[in-house]
Design a protein around this ligand. Structure first.
Ligand code: UGA
Length: 430
């Protein structure tokens, strides 16, 4: 099959590489010449484990092609996936400008005969129907378009593995012909496909991300109870999670959820829910608890830090990515700077992106221990493996005061106690 992706962010690029790896011919369309040139040379533009190798492999095999030109990539496509961003608009709604723009741009280039067009970007119910209308208004008479929705569930940091081994593949369309083609495309994936109507497929993605956000906010809410009562949040949630109906995954308390997906999708679902006349207070509470988690940790630092010089480990919104969009670390750092704190930070891959956002307002160092020199306390915001396996003896030696603010509960309380640390975790204490 020939597949065309418009957009080369996390979803577009990773999925394009995986479908190319299965032997399809895959075009990827972008609109920034410099980025397309870098992609053609095998530079994935983002840090994502295994992605560079997969990109290079499929470029070499000439199955993966990058272009700026719709006329080159669209006419031979059997399926066109729209994979552009849907950021948060000014009232919390999903901003669909880029999606509709792409729909208009691809329409005149569709071949004579049938092409399936599907959004892989996360879009509210009804968006694919609007895409269909826009294409029909702008296409040539001989072109026939069938619309489908194939939401993507990959996570940053494990995007390649998730795409090769998804928990489920959701394919929604009101056209049996489109469903047949998409089922054939996804056949090499071993997971059971969920075949639905268009609207259900669109909603599944929002429901899934909102459920994940709900679990995290629930864990963070319980951690606040623990801090008031002396209960230990890890013990509580371990026991709660033993119930198979609940499970322990995605119940890790911390400094709040971030990234370009959970925060954006929760507020978009609140927005569309309200537009439909629904009371969205359930999801508003999920969102509010997330703010509470970030602010609670920030307050802990300003109340208990023994001085104004802080070492920070972890800047990305989660480990194994350089993505800092809606990163709780950046939110808290900016508030600490306003309060007059000085910060020396280390992150394995996200520092270049942080420099572009907050520049030299903080200092950056190239290895974790260096950040500790002359620091009054250590703050951990992201649970990179290298921070978990750190030598706590050395941490104690380097810090001016043995104080740790552990925003991801990664350290063992017994070890910290033995070494005489003062420790502030999330929902637990020494
Ligand atoms: C999320 C979903 O997990 C994917 O299934 C979805 O495809 C993707 O959004 C998307 O819509 O494109 P992602 O944003 O990459 O993926 O990251 P997650 O692993 O979901 O983590 C989100 C945030 O929640 C992170 O800040 C993480 O630190 C936080 N989190 C996660 C917790 O605080 N506690 C947990 O137990 C789990």
């Amino acid at each position: 099959m020939t597949i065309t992706f418009v957009g080369h962010g996390y979803v577009g690029l990773v999925t394009a590489c995986v479908f190319a790896d299965f032997g399809n011919k895959v075009w990827v369309v972008g609109h920034t010449p410099e980025k397309i040139e870098r992609l053609k040379k095998g530079d994935p533009l983002i840090y994502e484990p295994e992605l560079r190798e997969l990109l290079v492999k499929n470029l070499k095999a000439k199955r993966l092609l990058f272009t700026l030109d719709f006329d080159q990539a669209v006419p031979e496509a059997d399926i066109v996936f729209i994979t552009v961003g849907t950021p948060t608009g000014k009232d919390g709604e999903a901003d669909l400008k880029a999606v509709f723009d792409v729909a208009q741009k691809i329409a005149p280039h569709l071949k004579k005969g049938t092409t399936v067009v599907s959004c892989k970007s996360t879009v509210p119910v009804g968006t694919n129907k609007k895409v269909e209308q826009l294409i029909n208004q702008n296409k040539a008479n001989e072109a026939r378009v069938l619309i489908a929705s194939c939401p993507e569930f990959l996570r940053e940091g494990t995007a390649v593995a998730d795409t090769f081994h998804p928990d489920r593949v959701v394919i929604g369309s009101d056209s049996p012909e489109a469903l047949k083609l998409l089922l054939a495309l996804h056949k090499p994936l071993k997971s059971e496909p969920v075949v639905t109507d268009l609207a259900s497929a669109e909603l599944i993605k929002y429901a899934a991300n909102s459920m994940l956000a709900t679990k995290v906010s629930f864990a963070n809410f319980i951690s606040l109870y623990c801090e008031k009562t002396g209960a230990d949040v890890e013990t509580v949630l371990d026991a709660v999670g033993l119930d198979k109906r609940i499970g322990r995954v995605f119940l890790n308390p911390g400094v709040g959820y971030g990234g370009s997906c959970l925060p954006k999708d929760v507020v978009a679902l609140i927005h569309t829910g309200k537009a439909l006349g629904l009371d969205a207070s359930f999801l508003e509470a999920v969102d509010a608890v997330n703010d509470l988690a970030k602010d609670n940790f920030y307050r802990k630092i300003i109340e208990h830090a023994p001085g104004k010089q802080l070492a920070v480990w972890g800047l990305s919104f989660k480990p194994e990515t350089d993505d800092i969009r809606y990163s709780p670390a950046i939110y808290i750092i900016e508030k600490l700077l306003e309060k007059g704190f000085s910060i020396t930070a280390y992150d394995p891959v996200a520092m270049d992106n942080v420099k572009r956002v907050i520049g030299d307002k903080i200092k950056y160092v190239s290895e974790p221990y260096e950040a500790l020199k002359a620091a009054d306390a250590l703050c951990v915001f992201t649970e990179w493996n290298e921070f978990k396996a750190i030598d706590l003896n050395k941490v104690k030696k380097e810090l001016k005061k043995p104080v740790i603010f552990d925003g991801r509960n990664i350290y063992q309380l017994s070890a910290l106690k033995k070494l005489g640390f003062t420790y502030f975790g999330v929902g637990r204490s020494l």
